[in-house]
Design a protein around this ligand. Structure first.
Ligand code: SAH
Length: 200
């Protein structure tokens, strides 16, 4: 899979993606397909995103080494692992407990020590840890994620896929400003929906 031809040019992002073993984040039956540019099932009806989308979202987030970053939707843990190589600390929230437990085991096995996890409804963000320099949402939001925007520093960036489950979705980049935010539409995408509540 060629990330460079797919529009990833940031060298820090390329090396972060190349250093994270994607095969460690997919179920055993899909290990031989881990390096294809496709989304794969991870259980509980959820999917790990295509590596190219992970690369594009990571690049668009413009993460710096001192940044405190929040991810909503831990899923397999793959996107969190990639981001954790680029920032100071990565906070990630997942609402399905079994997925979170598996992701935590992977972080431990692979030695990603700057990832902090939380079981809960990510639409609420992580108020105790706010403010964040960067926020990334990896499930599609049907409505504007206002609680998350409120937890972003002024000048900070948030990447989020917006749109309904069966509707057209687009990736957006938001920049928090002193009195609101700017937004920029990026590429069409296909994500599982962001849902409220938790699943034990
Ligand atoms: N970043 C993940 C992508 C997982 S798919 C990866 O790299 O594998 C999206 C994930 O978002 C799913 O695991 C889903 O359970 C989770 N999710 C959906 N709504 C959520 C919410 N409100 N809070 C936290 N996680 C949520």
């Amino acid at each position: 899979m060629d990330l460079r031809n797919g529009g990833i040019s940031d060298r820090r992002v390329l090396s972060a993606v190349e250093l994270v073993p994607r095969d460690a984040f997919v179920p055993d039956v899909f290990k031989d397909r881990a390096w294809e540019n496709s989304a794969l099932p991870i259980g509980a009806g959820q999917t790990i995103s295509q590596p190219l989308i992970v690369g594009l979202m990571t690049q668009a987030l413009q993460v710096g080494p001192r940044d405190k970053v929040l991810e909503i939707g831990t899923g397999s843990g793959y996107q969190a692992a990639v981001l954790s190589r680029l920032c100071r600390r990565l906070y990630t929230v997942e609402r399905i407990r079994e997925l979170l437990v598996t992701a935590e085991e992977r972080f431990l096995d692979l030695g990603y020590r700057n990832i902090v996890t939380r079981y809960g409804d990510g639409t609420r963000g992580w108020p105790e840890q706010a403010l964040f320099d960067r926020i990334i949402v990896t499930a599609a939001a049907g409505e504007f994620p206002e609680h998350l925007m409120a937890q972003l520093k002024v000048g900070g960036l948030m990447i989020a896929p917006m749109g309904g489950e069966d509707a057209e979705q687009k990736l957006y980049r938001f920049r928090r400003t002193a009195d609101g935010w700017d937004e920029e539409a990026m590429v069409p995408v296909r994500f599982v929906p962001l849902r409220g509540g938790r699943i034990a």
